[in-house]
Design a protein around this ligand. Structure first.
Ligand code: NDP
Ligand code: PYC
Length: 342
């Protein structure tokens, strides 16, 4: 069954939302989670698209995520805004805190949003992109669960710890990058396993610490950080800033608490927002014009900007719909009919 089908963004989001509601998620969370999964699929970010639904359902079924906690905003007027997610999925907490964060950054120049105690599985680019739409530059980071060995080590300790950055480009798609600080997102290993494909060299070691290209051995062993000691240090910084510093779990603690990598981990997230106008005030040059000169120089060498592939996928989806295979559509139908038992 390989017939490709195309769905509009709204139709896909609705299908996902129905699956999540059937699993018992409140309207708030079913809506916010389905949007983040649907934008992943729409933008060709498969490792955080519909493939993530099963993980959400498994986590709901084992009661490792709250189905209905209402995120609570704590704002004392300072540069640090907090949202207590209450053990529910992170997207609704982000949607609550983001406008407050952007407004405070414009006020003070710099502000931080801390999301406490959330179940986190999503890509971070939807968040930094949303903040650029509110006129601020943004940096988002969070731990995950221990699946990555530090450079020079062989056992899982760090998470795949994503780091994302967004810069607003008035009238244009923002400059956005978002990546795991491991060689690849863990979702990519799982997608290779499902497709029966070997991993590229240098992604992982097996349980004995020996280099492997076998996805099963990699899942049982450890992934490697990107860029050797440099990625390892950045990943460690994320554990410190978005784990230890904010009083939420590190990746090792999140895995200990969960006991498995098959469910979605609970930890915190840190999002920083900057007002380019406030930082540049009184200094020569318009920061946005200077940024454009830099982007043009990058493109002028034949390089591409990060997220261009995603934006192109998004444009294609807007005109031609989001393409799903026959198997994927059948799987969505089964998830709606049978939930996690599918
Ligand atoms: P990729 O390596 O696929 O992409 C990383 C970034 O680099 C993207 O912004 C991408 O843009 C850009 N890029 C890729 N190739 C080029 C190129 N040739 N020139 C310029 N830019 C390029 O990401 P990962 O696999 O590391 O991560 C995938 C996702 O997984 C992320 O969205 C991340 O947030 C998520 N994740 C989430 C975790 C969590 O705990 N919540 C944990 C780990 C990862 P483009 O997309 O346009 O190709
Ligand atoms: O793809 O590495 C990953 C990941 C972990 C948690 C959410 N995504």
């Amino acid at each position: 069954m390989n017939d490709a089908t195309t769905l509009s963004f709204e139709a896909l989001a609705k299908r996902i939302e129905a699956i999540l509601r059937r699993a018992g998620l409140s309207d708030l969370h079913a809506g916010a989670v389905s949007r983040v999964i649907a934008v992943g699929e729409r933008d060709g970010a498969k490792s955080h698209g519909i493939y993530r639904i099963e993980g959400c359902l498994r986590t709901v079924a084992t009661a490792k995520v709250s189905k209905d906690a209402v995120p609570a905003l704590h704002d004392d007027g300072s540069a640090v805004i907090r949202v207590a997610a209450g053990g529910a999925f992170s997207p609704a907490a982000f949607e609550l805190g983001a406008p407050v964060l952007a407004a405070r950054a414009k006020d003070l120049g710099l502000a931080a949003l801390v999301i406490h105690d959330c179940a986190h599985f999503s890509a971070l680019w939807p968040e930094v992109e949303a903040l650029t739409e509110l006129g601020v530059a943004a940096l988002a980071l969070c731990p995950s669960y221990a699946t990555v060995a530090p450079a020079g080590g062989t056992r899982p300790l760090l998470g795949t710890n994503p780091l994302a950055f967004g810069w607003p480009r008035p009238g244009l798609d923002p400059y956005v990058f978002d990546f795991a600080t491991s060689v690849a997102a863990r979702g990519e290993i799982e997608l290779h396993r499902r497709a029966g494909r070997l991993l590229p060299e240098g992604w992982a070691v097996d349980a004995d610490g020996t280099a492997t290209t076998d996805p099963d051995a990699a899942l049982a062993g450890a992934m490697l950080p990107f860029g050797g000691h440099k990625g390892s240090a950045i990943s460690t910084m994320i554990e410190l800033l978005a784990g230890a510093m904010i009083g939420d779990l590190t990746s090792a603690e999140a895995l200990d608490a969960l006991g498995t990598t098959t469910l979605i981990p609970r930890h915190g997230e840190l999002i920083l927002a900057f007002s380019p106008e406030r930082f540049a005030a009184g200094r020569p040059g318009d920061p946005f014009a200077r940024a454009e000169a830099l982007f043009e120089a990058i493109l002028g060498q034949g390089a591409r900007l990060p997220s261009q592939r995603r934006y192109e996928a998004r444009r294609q989806a807007a005109t031609g719909g989001i393409a799903l295979t026959g198997e994927e559509i059948a799987h969505l139908d089964k998830l709606l009919e049978r939930g996690v038992d599918a």
